[in-house]
Design a protein around this ligand. Sequence first.
Ligand code: ZN
Length: 286
Amino acid sequence: MNSVLDHALQYVSQGFAVLPLHFPFEREGSLRCSCGKDGCRQPAKHPFGRLVKNGLKDASRDPETVQRWFAGASLNIGIVTGAVSGIMVLDVDPRHDGDATLAKLEAEHGPLPPTWRFLTGGGGEHILFRHPGGTVANSAGLLGPGLDVRGDGGYIVAPPSRHISRRAYAISVDHHPSDVLLAPPPDWLMQRLAHRNPAAKGTPQARTDWRDHVGATHVEGTRNTALASLSGHLLRNRIDPFAVLDLMLCWNRIHCTPPLDDDEVSATVRSIARREIDRREARHAG
Ligand SMILES: [Zn+2]
């Protein structure tokens, strides 16, 4: 099983929804994202729009569609996480101390059960678990630095995709689907997520919840909601709308992965500011 197509069909036979992603290609001696954009923020990691116009929504579990996408192509593969594929994934990023965070959690709660693991082209690891039911929110850093969760509405870049650094994503030989069963997540993990995840609790109310909310990292699927709730919070507390816009533009770059476009941030803040101003005027009029 070597080709991208073989892997994609294997994933589909396991019930995973897959989608084509952009890939690295050589130009003038260096690797670039196949989207061709100079400042691509997710090189070789984002949906291949020509085949999946609606991104994750167009992911497929149909072998014929997958055959059509991947036969003879040099595309990268994404696996959609969450209930649609029956999986949730722990994303360990050692560049942000994810391995240390996981080691600390395992020392406290006991080791993770044997389950499938994929080695990422960026030097990290994706640890797959059976989806526990209900909603699993995407989160970044809520379990600790460098340890993210890909749940409903998320996706991972899967083996044998190629990373922009030239390394390939690979299935860990010690945690291979042919030898190891996909395990359910340990209870302690789900308890920690339920406890620590502001997204799961909706808009924060208490002051300490706001601190978690501001400090968390937000991924695709939670970025817009977080931006909207945070701008609303500041505006309701009578912070000048121009100051709010500036703060949110900075916050977006630090706390959203990948960051939203500046235009999108401006549009959201503007629309919330307008609503807030209307609300104040209505109150004064009444
Ligand atoms: Zn790109």
